[in-house]
Design a protein around this ligand. Structure first.
Ligand SMILES: CC(=O)[C@@H](O)[C@H](O)COP(=O)(O)O
Ligand SMILES: NCC(=O)COP(=O)(O)O
Length: 243
């Protein structure tokens, strides 16, 4: 079986920085550590409201990322211009609502076919590989194909949010059928959103998935795993100050 790739989303390193307006922690630093640990790519979402990743991060990481940048953006002229200027390896077009806590559902490609097709064409002309972040629905997958997007990223949020085993199995089957259908259309299939250490395996087992993009759960685990050393380092400094 072919290896599955892991793209690390470092948005929430930036969330922590933005919470205090400090210069740390730097998502570019986190991206470099993630690459050192084996990440196959780095995902960042430049939201229109700039709640986490900033323009500066995109430009810095365009220079420092050694694997490949997957830049998630809304389908707006401003974002497409930034992408064409930065020229990341990949752009993933995502839906965006200012008031949402996180991305809710996939892009409505069916309802915005002309707009998305034009955006895909512009980005491809700019030498960028384009992916569409969509739900595992046949109609959306057909529309993604009609837009000439070579990649899709299947939104796994409903699976991740499922409250019961029955609901989870239903969402998993929906994703499984969608992934198969996307592959049958010749699309390269990524997946992500809300994946964590307890729900990733059934998704990672799907042979037609090329790459998973995971962020929040990995950043959360890193914070917990790193806490012991962080406390010891601070205490040592304080004790040294009185030595
Ligand atoms: C578009 C998407 O899949 C999201 O996972 C996003 O990249 C994460 O960013 P937020 O946490 O700001 O929703
Ligand atoms: N596109 C999904 C992504 O980049 C990571 O989402 P999450 O793991 O932070 O929910």
């Amino acid at each position: 079986m072919k290896d599955i790739l892991l793209g690390i989303n470092v948005d929430h390193i930036a969330t922590l920085r933005q919470a205090r307006g400090t210069s740390y922690p730097d998502p570019a630093h986190a991206a470099s550590l993630a690459e050192h640990a084996g990440a196959d790519g780095i995902t960042i979402h430049l939201r229109e409201d700039r709640r986490h990743i900033q323009d500066r991060d995109v430009y810095v990481m365009a220079k420092t990322i050694q694997t490949r940048m997957n830049l998630e953006i809304a389908v707006t002229d401003e974002m497409i211009d930034i992408a064409l200027d930065v020229k990341p390896a990949y752009v993933c077009l995502v839906p965006e609502k200012r008031e949402e806590l996180t991305t809710e559902g996939g892009l409505d490609v069916v309802g915005n076919l002309d707009k998305i097709k034009a955006a895909v064409a512009k980005l491809i002309d700019g030498g960028i590989k384009v992916s569409l972040f969509i739900d595992a629905d046949k109609a959306q997958l057909d529309a993604a194909k009609a837009c000439n997007a070579p990649y899709v990223e299947i939104h796994t949020g409903a699976y991740a949010d499922a409250q019961t085993d029955v609901e989870m199995s239903k969402e998993l089957e929906h994703i499984r059928q969608g992934v198969k259908y996307a592959a049958s259309l010749g699309l390269i299939v990524n997946a992500g959103h809300g994946l964590h250490y307890h729900n990733v395996k059934p998704i990672a087992a799907m042979e037609d998935i090329y790459e998973l993009n995971i962020g929040h759960a990995i950043v959360a685990r890193a914070a917990i795993d790193g806490l012991d050393k962080a406390v010891r380092d601070m205490k040592r400094l304080m004790i040294e100050a009185r030595a």
